[in-house]
Ligand binder design. Structure first.
Ligand code: PMP
Length: 465
């Protein structure tokens, strides 16, 4: 099918996710629908013959580039062996190996499989409540979450999130969590360090915990970067303080590493960044529930897991007649193809110093972006955590005065970066007026330079006037 035909037929029958479909309509649409026919490495191949650098890793899923040969070969092999089997009452090698490897990597004991990030969050919320219920504390049924958080789109996950754009419409249907102020360091006062700001923001959470812990099952958060809420970043001391407070007040900690897991934060898992409790102690915390998805399969197939510890497992382990089992399932739980893709992804992490290589790439991304956009009169503070770099388009950087959202400056930048350059486009799908780079780890310095140049042109074009 030609690009035009694909676009026309897609717009006639497909309802695309997270989209006002009218934005795609007409001869000069606000948001161009881009037909894609193939992909390799960091590049998407358009049906129009153009190439597009996938700077958002296809919704943050792709870590080792598109169609990585090891992932392709593993999936082909798995297809010749076992496609899918009901996972209640049956088991198989890819799931067993994957659970073992994920437990070894994270320090958890038990692995529950599901098939997308939102489902993993639902599962963690239900598990937390149900654990307390099985332990004789059914009154613990509320959740604490951070403002600006995002945990997915199903009703439970949407409820704990606090990104109004997605949540407000459904408010009447939702659980009512307690939202506490985000430690987002772009909010800090001039001269205040990231750590001091983060510590100060933690006080609000501690007070709520001290007051409400008797009826709270868990605190849920995105460690270090609140991604969909605008790539808001904070200091890792928050994770340590939270772990200690959750232990002190008897509340679970749910770490949603769906976006930041698998190396995105600069470590394999963002929870590893938590500083030691005392000097000389071990860094890193273990959540009571760790949610993973996206990068888990290297961006090939839907899969998610929730990892937890033996004490949670034991709260459910009983004679059938006691009715304590966790009766939650999805048809594709533990899908062998997806598990095999995840195993192949873990092979790639084990096979080379991915974090070391990413450190150099992140530094290069940082210096290139700062050089190109650091003093731009319409760019706010540039921030970075590992392989995530973000910046906001603002009317006035010093006062952080934003643009009028109806001007859709971020969208203008996106359009410009996609279409303007003869060599190809860059996919810089924004979050409102926040632009970010979250590329696959196989991006080269040359491609980073090219990407930053496209972003700089797009920022210029989008912020004129
Ligand atoms: N949690 C976080 C932190 C996410 O970033 C996302 C997806 N952007 C989700 C949950 C939901 O995952 P999914 O889109 O696979 O349902």
């Amino acid at each position: 099918m030609s690009a035009d035909e694909l676009r026309r037929r897609s717009l006639r029958r497909v309802w695309h996710p997270c989209t006002q479909m009218k934005d795609h309509a007409g001869p000069d649409p606000a948001l161009p629908l881009v037909p894609i026919v193939g992909a390799e490495g960091v590049w998407l191949e358009g049906a129009d013959g153009r190439r597009y650098l996938d700077a958002v890793s296809s919704w943050w899923t792709n870590v080792f580039g598109h169609r990585h040969p090891h992932l392709v070969a593993s999936l082909k092999d798995q297809l010749d062996t076992l496609d899918h089997v009901i996972f209640a009452g049956f088991t198989h090698e890819p799931a067993v190996q994957l659970a073992e490897r994920l437990c070894a990597l994270t320090g958890h004991d038990r692995c529950l499989f599901t098939d997308n990030g939102s489902s993993a969050v639902e599962l963690a919320l239900k598990l937390s409540f149900h654990t307390w219920k099985n332990l004789g504390q059914p009154q613990k049924r509320r959740f604490i979450a951070l403002t600006h958080s995002y945990h997915g789109e199903t009703l439970g996950a949407l409820a704990v999130g606090e990104t109004g754009l997605y949540r407000n419409t459904y408010e009447p249907l939702l659980l009512e969590p307690i939202h506490v102020p985000s430690p987002d360091c772009s909010d800090r006062a001039p001269g205040v360090s990231w750590e001091d700001h983060t510590r100060a923001r933690f006080r609000a959470l501690r007070e709520v915990l001290a007051r409400e812990a008797g009826t709270v099952c868990a605190v849920i958060l995105e460690p270090l970067v609140q991604c969909a809420g605008g790539m808001r970043m904070y200091h890792p001391v928050y994770l340590r303080l939270l772990r200690e407070a959750c232990d002190e007040f008897g509340v679970h900690l749910i770490a949603d590493e769906i976006a930041v897991g698998f190396g995105r934060s600069g470590r394999l898992f963002a929870c590893e960044w938590a500083p030691p409790a005392q000097p000389g102690g071990a860094s890193g915390i273990r959540a009571d529930f760790l949610c993973l998805s996206k990068g888990l399969t290297g961006g090939t197939l839907p899969l998610a897991v929730v990892l937890t510890g033996e004490s949670v497992y034991e709260a459910f382990y009983a004679e059938h007649r006691e009715g304590r089992a966790f009766l939650h399932s999805h048809s594709y739980s533990g899908n062998p193809l997806a598990c095999r893709a995840a195993l192949a992804t873990l092979d790639l992490f084990a096979g080379s110093d991915v974090m070391g290589a990413n450190r150099l790439l992140s530094q290069f991304l940082w210096s290139e972006t700062n050089e190109a956009l650091g003093r731009h009169p319409r760019v706010g503070e540039i921030r970075q955590q590992g392989m995530i770099l973000a910046l906001d388009l603002v009317r006035e950087p010093r006062s952080r005065r934003p643009f009028d959202p109806t001007e859709r400056r971020g969208l203008r930048a996106y359009r410009h970066a996609l279409a303007s350059h003869p060599e190809g486009g860059a996919v810089l799908r924004p979050l409102g007026d926040t632009l970010y780079f979250m590329p696959p780890y196989v991006i080269t310095p040359k491609e980073i330079r090219w990407l930053v140049a496209r972003a700089a042109e797009a920022v210029d074009a989008a912020t004129r006037g």
